[in-house]
Design a protein around this ligand. Structure first.
Ligand SMILES: Cc1cc2nc3c(=O)[nH]c(=O)nc-3n(C[C@H](O)[C@H](O)[C@H](O)COP(=O)(O)O)c2cc1C
Length: 339
């Protein structure tokens, strides 16, 4: 398999909402929802991609050659490199019937595990089967829970813990999801007190996804969570936001050392992973390329794509005189003056 073949297969296997573009930058799918597009004008998704491209890496290859270690440790587990698959809900509607939610989740969980990384997954309160893949993978996955009514969330937090999941996540920005706002379990904002209650209700680490301001990051610290994900949900919950990467440095300055910082939005290569770490992230999540990898190559497609990113990441460390992830810092990157 090569990446070109994977994209070609994906395009054939999907329902046409996603074009499996060579560069997944949000242009061809602006506003396509259901589908992979950003909300309304689609600018949120497009900007996330473009802003990352304004960051460049500084090369330095004068150093004594040594082993390069790309590994990282979270939740007491070692991973091949700091990039995880982001949660993706509703694959049959968004991408086509070839993968129902459970089949997609199974492919991405196992595919990432095989490559030494981890997948975040959508946890449907109406379908406990969406936890099954994580149980079958001995807890190797992070169920992600929308900001439903508090009791529904509390039950799901417990179920995630009982399933043996390494950690549990809640995408608080899911409050802006038009598709689920008026459903059986309406989504909505949650207070620091409500989130603290959830964090305290389980022994596993809790990740709060969808933070985009210093104030939001400080509130997340107050909940006792393990990590935040700086994220706009891929531009799907609010039009006209800054790109997550534009918020990273100031959020890092405000909360570094108090909470782990993950980020997502437009990250498409191992080089992009490196840039995010240079600006203060501990790890990244990658969204849309994973359904493309799965529709194009099943579980093997997810493994292939992850290994490809890992190789690009390792090469970037080699080309920038960086022996391991802890040596990645702000001096390793150049930021375009128009950033
Ligand atoms: C079709 C689709 C479904 C998504 N479903 C969820 C979800 O259920 N929960 C969630 O936290 N994020 C969801 N996201 C957002 C991703 O987890 C992630 O934040 C975003 O896609 C990252 O940007 P990227 O796709 O540019 O990498 C979804 C994104 C897409 C495109």
């Amino acid at each position: 398999m090569n990446y070109g073949e994977l994209l070609k297969n994906a395009k054939e296997n999907m329902n046409g909402n996603c074009k499996a573009c060579k560069v997944c930058n949000g242009e061809a799918c602006r506003g396509v929802m259901p589908g992979p597009g950003g909300k309304a004008t689609g600018d949120g998704f497009v900007r996330s991609y473009l802003k990352l491209q304004q960051i460049k890496v500084h090369m330095d290859t004068i150093y004594e050659e040594d082993t390069i270690d790309t590994s990282c440790t979270f939740f007491g587990q070692k991973f091949a490199f700091p990039a995880f698959a982001a949660p993706i809900a509703g694959t049959p509607i968004q991408y086509g019937p070839q993968y129902d939610q459970q089949a997609y989740t199974k492919a991405v969980v196992d595919g990432c595990k095989n490559a030494g990384t981890l997948a975040f997954t959508f946890f449907d309160p109406n379908d406990s089967d969406t936890l099954k893949s994580i149980i079958e993978a001995d807890g190797w996955g992070i169920p992600t829970i929308k900001p439903w009514p508090l009791q529904v969330m509390a039950d799901q937090f417990k179920a995630a813990e009982q399933a043996g999941a390494l950690a549990v996540c809640t995408d608080v920005d899911g409050a802006g999801l038009a598709l689920v706002q008026g459903g059986k379990n309406p989504v909505g904002p949650k207070s620091v007190k409500q989130l603290s209650t959830l964090v305290q209700s389980v022994k596993i680490p809790v990740i709060i996804k969808g933070i985009m301001t210093v104030a939001g990051a400080k509130k997340a610290v107050d909940t006792g969570a393990y990590a935040i994900v700086i994220s706009t949900h891929g531009g799907r919950v609010q039009d006209q936001t800054p790109a997550p990467i534009e918020m990273l440095e100031e959020i890092y300055a405000a909360v570094k050392g108090k909470i782990k910082i993950f980020i997502d939005g437009g990250i498409r290569s191992g080089v992009d992973v490196f840039k995010c770490l240079a600006l203060g992230a501990d790890a990244v999540l990658i969204g849309r390329p994973y359904p493309v990898a799965v529709y194009g190559g099943g579980m093997e497609g997810a493994t292939f794509y992850t290994n490809m990113l890992a190789a690009q990441f390792k090469e970037t460390l080699m080309m920038t005189a960086t022996k391991n992830v802890s040596e990645i810092n702000r001096e390793k990157v150049f930021i375009d003056k128009n950033f």
